[in-house]
Design a protein around this ligand. Structure first.
Ligand SMILES: [Zn+2]
Length: 234
């Protein structure tokens, strides 16, 4: 009997992914904490900067709201809201302004029909299905023996959609940060030194998405190795 998923050496790929994700989240937390203590020269709060950025870009149908939590900031395209967390909404730090502008960058993408955002929305249902069912279907397939190879391959393809989603997320995130920094500079909200700090925070945040994408690619590679290994055993 072949016991996949428990004692196989490909598990190292999952561990590498987990370590990368942990390092990235520790890095963003420490970078954010560092620049949360740096007050911006003009003294605007995150919410002011968000409102101003939306307004100056002709976006009048998006509301800026407060959301509880830490680093839980997001743009919700369904409710047309930029949601800023405890450490961003009222904060006048350069870190907060970077994050607030980044979320407005997503609102701008939505407003302008930025293509990767539309692609991401289109694959979201398949990606949700893949992240919930891909792995279980794969496991069931592998335990079915010879008959199960097709089932396992279906699980693998479903999981691939979840991975694709994570990959398409990368240009969306980098582009939102790019729009944020550009606007903060052009609108004269942050000076050169402050821009450097905001950029550091946003780069650290982007790295968490890179780590998540890398972890899911490694997981997909592992599933592929196990399924193709199972196939060879037949
Ligand atoms: Zn983002």
């Amino acid at each position: 009997m072949y016991y996949p998923f428990y004692y196989d050496s490909t598990y190292i790929l999952v561990l590498i992914g987990a370590v990368l994700s942990m390092l990235a989240s520790a890095h963003v937390q420490s970078t954010f904490n560092k620049y949360s203590k740096v007050r911006s020269r003009l003294g605007y709060a995150g919410k002011d900067v968000a409102q101003r950025m939306l307004q100056m870009n002709g976006i009048n149908d998006v509301t800026v709201r407060h959301t509880p939590g830490n680093l839980s900031d997001n743009y919700n395209p369904m409710s047309h809201t930029v949601n800023l967390s405890d450490t961003v909404y009222d904060s006048v730090s350069v870190a907060a302004l970077g994050v607030a502008a980044h979320e407005c960058g997503h609102a701008m993408q939505h407003h302008n029909g930025y293509l990767p955002l539309s692609i991401r929305a289109a694959i979201l249902p398949a990606a949700n299905l893949g992240s919930k069912l891909g792995l279980p279907i794969c496991i069931i397939g592998l335990f079915m023996g010879r008959m199960g190879t097709t089932v396992a391959t279906i699980g693998l393809w479903l999981f691939a959609f979840a991975v694709l989603f994570q990959i398409v997320t990368l240009p969306v995130e980098f582009n939102a940060s790019h729009r944020a920094v550009l606007w903060l500079e052009q609108a004269g909200i942050l000076d050169d030194q402050e821009l450097k700090a905001a950029r550091a925070v946003l780069t650290a945040a982007a790295l968490t998405y890179v780590a998540a994408a890398a972890a899911s690619v490694l997981q997909l590679l592992r599933l592929f190795l196990i399924v193709s290994g199972g196939r060879r055993r037949d």
